[in-house]
Design a protein around this ligand. Structure first.
Ligand SMILES: [Zn+2]
Length: 244
């Protein structure tokens, strides 16, 4: 009988501990609003390490998707105003792809490994010069040889075309961190923040991309209340480069 009670108490303590853990570390911080699907309420956590209030439970949008759609809905990226623009979207995020397919007449997705309209290696693109008005490549460049990729992206853009991209970046670092000795997945997680990233960008990200034939024309980031309302990441940026 005593053993039974002791086991019961242990279980209750474990449940209490789990409960405390949930409330101290995992509980959503506040109700948010999804500017993509219109959901209002608590968001889910996402990522490693976990980011609270990151994912919309209805449309699965993450902070970066909501940031991009916020910028577009406010006409912050002028190129997207042209519905006749030809767009190539690398590593397409499902939620963005769905919106773009409806919005734009000429829209193609591209990926080397996942299902897409075009199977493309971003470092060596089998497309003729000057074909697209807009290229979207969010969280792609940290996975690849970005110098080769930026030259290729510039080549296939029309004169005056733009590259819209997001990357993980530490603005406090003057220089990007790369380390050729890191080759394991675990090593890349700890050094670069994800098992398939090959660098962590510093502020010189801009120059690295410009070297491929671009000029930086805009950086968009969300401000104050928008961050709170839409569950965005403070300081996260969208970079817009124009082909020179
Ligand atoms: Zn949503």
């Amino acid at each position: 009988m005593i053993k039974y009670i002791r086991n019961k108490l242990k279980k209750i303590k474990l449940l209490n501990d789990l409960h405390s853990f949930y409330y101290s570390t995992l509980k959503p911080l506040a109700k948010r609003e999804c500017n993509i699907c219109g959901y209002k309420g608590f968001f889910k956590g996402f990522g490693r390490p976990l980011r609270l209030d990151a994912r919309c439970p209805v449309c699965d949008s993450l902070e970066r998707h909501r940031l991009l759609m916020l910028a577009i809905s406010r006409d912050e990226i002028k190129s997207f105003l042209n519905k006749n623009a030809s767009i190539l979207h690398f590593a397409p995020e499902k939620i963005i792809e769905k919106i773009f397919r409806k919005k734009f007449i000429y829209y193609k997705t591209a990926d080397l490994f996942k299902k897409a309209d075009l199977v493309i290696n971003i470092e060596n693109i089998c497309i003729l010069d000057e074909q697209y008005d807009i290229i979207v490549a969010n969280h792609v460049l940290e996975h690849v040889n970005d110098r080769k990729a930026s030259a290729e992206l510039s080549r296939i853009l029309k004169h005056g075309g733009v590259l819209v991209c997001q990357v993980p970046i530490v603005e406090g670092w003057a220089f990007t961190y790369e380390n050729e000795s890191i080759s394991s997945e675990d090593g890349r997680w700890s050094h670069f923040g994800q098992g398939d990233h090959v660098r962590f960008y510093g502020a010189d990200f801009r120059e690295r991309i410009c070297e491929g034939g671009f000029e930086l024309i805009k950086e968009y980031t969300s401000q104050g209340l928008d961050v709170i309302k839409y569950g965005l990441l403070r300081g996260e940026k969208i970079f817009i480069f124009k082909k020179k």
